[in-house]
Design a protein around this ligand. Structure first.
Ligand SMILES: Nc1ncnc2c1ncn2[C@@H]1O[C@H](COP(=O)(O)OP(=O)(O)OP(=O)(O)O)[C@@H](O)[C@H]1O
Ligand SMILES: [Mg+2]
Length: 233
């Protein structure tokens, strides 16, 4: 179980805090979904949760253990937005081995199978894969490290409908063995597999039941924040 308690983030370069008093809990085998508009602090929160930045105040715990950024780098795997833009291996195997030369071919196959790419040639160029395959390869890159917490920044962005469905199916399977936390401004498909949801606005989060969010999206498909319109209908 991951606990975040009273977490705030206020880098000196920023006039105002970017994250304010974040509290959340996420269980093993749960998928959390944080929904917010551009600039609301989603990616910043993931950077802190993956140990790339340290919070200004507050704490993160895994069960009873207080987590330092170094602990978080071990525990969590972050899939950036548009991860395929950062591919630099010449082949699928090279991409998966980057930073982990000790990894065996069996481990590579296992990671690819987990994301439904078991049939893929290890010698294929990552650039030659479809958009959906590239997104799943980026997941496999993180799975190689066997993180307990998989963090996903806008995982469905830029994918067409069928690729988004495929990805959601893979994520549903992946959450059976770890915790998942995705941030997005387009929650429609991911909501189907979310156990906990939060809205983030101006760096503050507010828990919302997935069923309530589903209702709100039905009323106002493009903007779950617009409570006025939701309430008026
Ligand atoms: N290191 C930093 N110093 C100053 N300001 C920052 C820093 N990092 C992020 N910000 C600001 O914090 C706010 C939140 O940024 P963040 O990238 O987390 O938003 P986001 O919700 O991921 O947006 P998007 O949906 O566009 O990806 C923005 O206003 C951004 O300009
Ligand atoms: Mg972002």
């Amino acid at each position: 179980m991951l606990y975040i308690k009273n977490l705030s983030y206020h880098p000196t370069a920023s006039q105002n805090p970017i994250l304010r008093q974040i509290n959340l809990q996420l269980g093993a085998q749960e998928m959390g979904l944080i929904i917010g508009r551009s600039g609301s602090g989603k990616s910043t929160l993931l950077e802190i949760m993956s140990g790339l930045a340290a919070p200004t105040t507050g704490e993160l715990r895994w069960r009873n253990q207080l987590l330092t950024p170094a602990n978080l780098q071990q525990l969590a795997g972050l899939v950036f937005q548009f991860p395929e833009r950062h591919f630099c291996g010449g082949t699928v195997a090279e991409e998966l081995r980057l930073g982990h030369p000790e990894i065996t071919t069996d481990q590579i196959q296992e990671a690819l199978q987990e994301v439904g790419l078991g049939q893929l040639s290890l010698y294929a160029s990552p650039q030659s894969l479809s958009g959906g395959q590239q997104r799943r390869l980026a997941l496999a890159v993180q799975l190689i490290r066997q993180p307990h917490l998989l963090l996903l920044d806008e995982p469905t962005a830029g994918l067409d409908w069928s690729m988004r469905q495929q990805l959601v199916t893979v994520l549903h399977k992946l959450k059976q063995q770890r915790s998942l936390l995705a941030v997005t401004h387009e929650p429609a498909e991911l909501l189907a597999i979310a156990d906990r949801c939060w809205l983030i606005q101006g760096g503050q989060i507010e828990a919302i039941a997935p069923q309530e969010l589903t209702q709100r999206l039905k009323v106002n498909a493009l903007d779950p924040f617009n409570e006025v319109q939701a309430a008026a209908s």
